[in-house]
Design a protein around this ligand. Structure first.
Ligand SMILES: Nc1ncnc2c1ncn2[C@@H]1O[C@H](COP(=O)(O)OP(=O)(O)OP(=O)(O)O)[C@@H](O)[C@H]1O
Ligand SMILES: [Mg+2]
Length: 134
């Protein structure tokens, strides 16, 4: 049975740690190998960190998913923050508007299988990503 969906509200840096360990536990329960558990946890950690840094608050939703007999984990990271001006740029290595390394989004994209960024300036950002069990 797939675990039910779990929501972590992000409003402080400790919540980033909570989201990270929660997704790791769910990935483990879904049968992901430790290396993939670590990849998924790292991706979520970057996305949750972005929520806290750029939007202040938001949420991370984690759920088990199934498609064409494949099992996976889906993570939706959502905020009502400033939005991303140029999504193409934001997905490039090294692009940062905060003096950061600019590796969070592109790194998270490489760690996951599906990665969809939806963002509207002044409205907010939603990143939906999935990883499928091998
Ligand atoms: N949730 C978000 N809301 C608004 N802007 C965002 C959000 N997430 C990312 N961005 C924008 O996309 C850029 C790239 O994000 P990314 O995480 O790759 O790098 P970074 O946060 O600047 O540095 P780091 O390598 O430390 O993560 C950010 O600098 C910011 O402009
Ligand atoms: Mg970042």
């Amino acid at each position: 049975m797939l675990p039910q969906e779990r929501v972590t509200i992000i409003q402080g840096d400790l919540d980033v740690v909570t989201a990270r360990s929660l997704v790791r536990e769910i990935a483990k329960n879904l049968g992901f190998m430790p290396i993939d558990q670590a990849r998924i946890a790292t991706a979520v950690s970057e996305l949750a960190r972005n929520i806290f840094l750029y939007a202040g608050t938001g949420q991370v939703v984690v759920r088990g998913v199934e498609k064409a007999g494949k099992k996976g984990v889906e993570i939706v990271c959502e905020d009502q923050g400033p939005g991303i001006q140029d999504i193409e740029c934001a997905l490039q290595d090294g692009y940062s508007t905060s003096g950061g390394k600019g590796m969070g989004l592109p790194g998270a994209r490489r760690l996951m299988d599906d990665f969809i960024v939806h963002s509207v300036v002044g409205v907010g950002t939603t990143v939906t990503c999935r990883k499928w069990r091998k």
